[in-house]
Design a protein around this ligand. Structure first.
Ligand code: ADP
Length: 396
């Protein structure tokens, strides 16, 4: 197990900046997920750590060693890819032990390591099977066992579950968490699936366009996103956003006003801001839910309902709309909409007039231009901004 650090790592392919001045410090034994949309540089970052790609600039350390110029085999890393690529004519034992046999390990040592690894991934009794006699999940476990037998300091996993069906993927997530506990080793895991990242990681590194946006524990990314991109990417369905403007004593948007003392933001009246609120932080007033810090009431009409079993997603059309500034990430492009989630037993129909409130303690404010977070919660803005300022100074 080892710490992994990237200092000012950049990777350019001609005009494309795949990784842009990345600084990361992954602790010993940590499970970190790289998450972000396709093409944001997750795999390239991982490949620079593995040694499969040479960074254009910057330094990579594994443990105390500068590995930037070392070949992959000398870095103490094992990789597991999306494409499992087992040797079809070798049985499970031969597949798992292939690398060790190539390196001419002692037969007893090979047997001991294969036994141990197959025990960890629960493949006992299957060592003489060929890959075509295994399910997708079992094949992926062979690939993981093949990585385990090398006793790596760091596991690098690039979308290892992407080819499995949904149910198996959820099951394998739990297995990977168990594996991490058992091996107590550093794992860096690439995924475009934010749910996968939320459930497995100690910390999530959110990437966009080659740049690191935030690296924090999952719930910090969820509750205190560093910017609008992270706020929209983490969480499903996505956060609702509304563009607005700072006014004396609050924020005004096309569809609603939020009164609050904004003086602590120290921004001029007239500055453009984006407000954000998650679907679960919006409440029907008639449900009489106890919202400790309700916003002003917003009048709306229910549009489409999506019953999910454990909750209902309700698309609201906002009244008094003069433009289309309210969109949720997943409904982007849909005008004047606000997506809320309600209890499954809520008596609600389509095309009904409703009044809703937002939980003020869960309203986020972002700078409309840079997207940087200005406040999380506008109950007591002085408190919220102080906390953020403290967090920032603590990081440096
Ligand atoms: P992700 O893993 O997040 O989907 P990648 O790291 O694969 O993203 O790619 C990041 C960017 O770098 C993309 O724009 C991609 O097209 C580009 N890229 C990746 N590999 C190469 C390559 N070998 N040659 C040229 N461009 C590449």
């Amino acid at each position: 197990m080892a710490r992994v650090s990237l200092t000012n790592v950049t990777k350019r392919y001609d005009d494309v900046v795949a990784v842009d001045d990345m600084n990361l410090d992954i602790k010993d034994g940590e499970f970190v997920c790289f998450v972000g949309p396709s093409g944001c540089g997750k795999s390239t970052t991982m490949e620079t750590i593995a040694g499969l790609t040479k960074p254009t600039e910057g330094t990579i350390r594994i443990g105390e060693t500068d590995v930037t110029k070392l070949p992959p085999k000398d870095r103490g890393v094992s990789m597991v890819f999306q494409n499992i690529a087992l040797f079809p004519h070798m049985d499970v034992y031969e597949n798992i032990s292939f690398g060790l046999r190539l390196r001419k390990y002692d037969q007893d040592e090979i047997d001991r390591r294969v036994d141990n690894a197959s025990d960890i991934v629960q493949l006992e009794g299957m060592l003489d099977r060929e890959p075509n006699e295994l399910s997708g999940g079992q094949q992926q476990r062979v690939a993981i066992a093949r990585a385990i037998v090398r006793n790596p300091d760091v596991f690098l996993m690039d979308e290892p579950l992407a080819n499995l069906d949904a149910k198996l993927r959820v099951h394998m997530r739990t297995e990977l968490q168990r594996l991490h506990k058992q091996l107590d080793t550093t794992i860096i895991y690439v995924t475009h699936d934010q749910a996968e990242a939320m459930t497995m990681s100690d910390r999530i590194a959110v990437l966009n366009a080659g740049e690191l946006q935030q690296i924090d524990p999952p719930l910090v990314c969820y509750n205190e996103p560093a910017n609008r991109f992270v706020a929209g990417f983490i969480g499903s369905p996505s956060m609702n956003f509304a563009d607005g403007e700072l006014v004396d004593g609050g924020v005004t948007t096309d569809h609603f006003d939020l009164k609050s003392d904004m003086t602590e933001l120290d921004l001029p009246v007239g500055d453009r801001v984006t407000t954000g609120v998650r679907p679960e932080d919006i409440y029907l007033t008639r449900n009489d839910d106890s919202v400790e810090h309700p916003s002003e009431v917003i009048e709306a009409r229910t549009d489409v309902l999506e019953p999910m079993g454990d909750e209902i997603f309700v698309y609201l059309s906002l009244d008094g709309s003069s433009g289309s500034s309210m969109t949720s990430g997943e409904a982007s492009g849909a005008s004047n909409q606000l997506l809320m989630s309600v209890d499954p037993d809520t008596d609600i129909g389509e095309d009904e007039s409703v009044s809703v409130v937002l939980d003020r303690s869960k309203i986020h404010l972002f700078d409309a231009e840079s997207g940087d977070a200005l406040a999380h919660g506008i109950v007591d803005l002085s408190e919220a901004t102080r906390t953020m300022a403290e967090a920032e100074s603590g990081e440096q």
